[in-house]
Design a protein around this ligand. Structure first.
Ligand SMILES: Nc1ncnc2c1ncn2[C@@H]1O[C@H](COP(=O)(O)OP(=O)(O)OP(=O)(O)O)[C@@H](O)[C@H]1O
Ligand SMILES: [Mg+2]
Length: 512
């Protein structure tokens, strides 16, 4: 071969190589852009068509937790309630029973014994809606066997309901039927609703992001109502009006762009009715009560988890807030210290985690302030936050400023009006008129001599202690008069009324 031919071949091979590289690049892009789409569209469509012929059924699952297991799912609860109706249990062979009857003393025997039945795991039930048949089943994914021992999230069973239906009913089921199920479920929930008292003193749920059961609960059945609470009638009326405004304030809160919540601060000496007031509020509004035991909450993050798991129409109570946390202004942490705390809080693999579990709460003031009106406080609606304290002066002003604590209520020692109220409640309507002399003495001691006695003590002295005292209330009133006389004597013997400064610290009397 001569040189010309060789060089021609050389050039041609270079051109072919360049073309091959270009073609490869174009081909790859075509594959990515068009061919993949082409195959995806055609192949998947055919596969779906084939699947529809073989199995024309579709399904929807309702998992117990949503938002990355952070929050229990409302839809799951609604479906669960819907499935407790006759439709949801018809023909089911294995049922699950839960107490759903009222625990109130005044409930009928039938109501008290009522059980709420739902289908057990693994069962299936059919439901017919406007000619379409659907099937509900209850199931759970077993915990992973290889789960790391300290991760409760992985070890937990994931419960869910599954709805199966024919493809031809798709629009009807996903539209009208599911709306019908949710609506009906909410109705059942409202009907069976048993008010609850929740507490966070529970071992469950405190590990590695496992959010179930951070609250444990008992039925809430406190007998105290506003008409059994001794206090200034005008003040009581004002509180009730405030609660009514709050309860009916959905539209108002939306209009002004405020989360639908309200803070109450109840302060006063021990035994003046602060906890009782919380029960009366809950009974009046028919709300659940979440009793936050802050000393059991170890970090700000844990406090937030508890907040997320509270439901609407509830009162979140922090009793004796001044004793639960170090909230004094002087002991307020610096921004740096707070930041260090936050970093510790958010690190799930913190090596000192075990030690942290046993040490005291490290919830900080800023954690609590964020709880009350930070971004997370707006999740959920129609909730009251109530703080109670014996020493309002010990609280940081930031905690009780308007917007956080919107209404401050002072519960005070018993005055004569409250005494009459308590006497009638304990001893009958005509006791004051029947024992005028004794009652006049009580009035003089409470009003003229300014003797301080908490309603809890007044009530205790007035309580009949023997069957005889049920016939004659004189000894009850005498006992109260004696106690008031004694209290007066003690007050005159002691250096004088204690003066408490705004920090809640008892001041020494000025001596001349
Ligand atoms: N104003 C009141 N009217 C009727 N009963 C009252 C009143 N105050 C207290 N009592 C009765 O006294 C008991 C104790 O009251 P309560 O626990 O509400 O006091 P408290 O202010 O929360 O006390 P503490 O500061 O020690 O927590 C309750 O059983 C309640 O029935
Ligand atoms: Mg109390």
């Amino acid at each position: 071969m001569d040189d010309n031919v060789l060089s021609w071949f050389g050039q041609a091979s270079v051109v072919v190589s360049v073309l091959a590289v270009c073609w490869t690049m174009i081909w790859q892009n075509l594959q990515h852009i068009h061919l993949q789409q082409f195959f995806a569209r055609n192949f998947n469509r055919r596969a779906r068509r084939l699947a529809a012929v073989v199995d024309p059924y579709l399904s929807v699952t309702f998992e117990e937790y949503e938002g990355g297991r952070i929050k229990s799912s409302e839809a799951f609860d609604e479906v669960k309630s819907y499935l407790t109706t006759a439709t949801g249990t018809a023909g089911v062979r294995h049922l699950r029973a839960e107490c759903g009857g009222s625990s109130r003393r005044d409930a009928s025997a039938a109501d008290k014994d009522k059980l709420v039945l739902s289908m057990a795991k693994g069962e299936e039930v059919a439901d017919v809606f406007e000619g379409a048949t659907v099937w509900w089943s209850a199931a759970a994914v077993a915990p992973r066997q290889d789960a790391v021992p300290w991760s409760r999230a992985a070890r937990a069973e994931r419960r869910f309901f599954r709805l199966d239906f024919h493809e031809k009913d798709r629009d009807l089921v996903l539209g009208e039927y599911l709306t019908h199920v949710r609506r009906k479920g909410r109705e059942v929930m409202a009907k069976n609703r048993q008010r609850r008292l929740y507490t966070n003193i529970s071992r469950e749920g405190y590990d590695d992001g496992f959010y179930r059961d951070v609250w444990t609960h008992v039925p809430f059945d406190h007998p105290k109502t506003f008409d059994k609470l001794a206090m200034d009638p005008a003040k009581k009326k004002d509180i009730i009006a405030d609660l009514d405004m709050f309860r009916n304030g959905k539209e108002y809160h939306e209009r002004v762009g405020k989360p639908w919540k309200r803070g109450y601060l109840l302060h006063g000496p021990p035994g003046t009715g602060k906890s009782t007031m919380v029960a009366a509020m809950a009974n009046y509004l028919k709300y659940d009560v979440y009793d936050f035991e802050l000393t059991s909450v170890k970090t700000n993050t844990e406090l937030r988890k508890l907040l997320i798991e509270t439901k609407s129409k509830s009162i979140m109570v922090f009793e004796d807030i001044d004793c639960s946390l170090d909230l004094t202004t002087s002991k307020r942490k610096t921004a740096k210290e707070e930041e260090a705390d936050r970093e510790k809080d958010d690190d799930p693999l913190r090596p000192d985690k075990k030690a942290a579990a046993t040490k005291q709460s490290s919830v900080t003031l800023s954690g609590l302030l964020n709880f009350i009106d930070g971004l997370w406080s707006a999740c959920g609606e129609e909730r009251l936050i109530v703080f109670t304290t014996n020493h309002v002066g010990k609280l940081d002003p930031a905690l009780i400023r308007t917007g956080r604590m919107d209404k401050k209520i002072e519960m005070s020692y018993c005055d004569f009006e409250s005494f009459k109220f308590l006497a009638r409640m304990h001893l009958g309507d005509d006791v004051v008129e029947a024992h005028r002399d004794r009652c006049d003495r009580v009035r003089a001691l409470l009003e003229d001599e300014e003797v301080n006695m908490a309603p809890v003590d007044v009530g205790e002295h007035l309580t009949p202690k023997s069957p005889d005292e049920l016939e004659d209330f004189g000894p009850c009133l005498d006992r109260l008069v004696d106690a008031l006389e004694k209290a007066k004597e003690e007050a005159t013997r002691s250096p004088g009324p204690q003066q408490v400064d705004e920090q809640g610290i008892v001041k020494e009397d000025d001596k001349e």
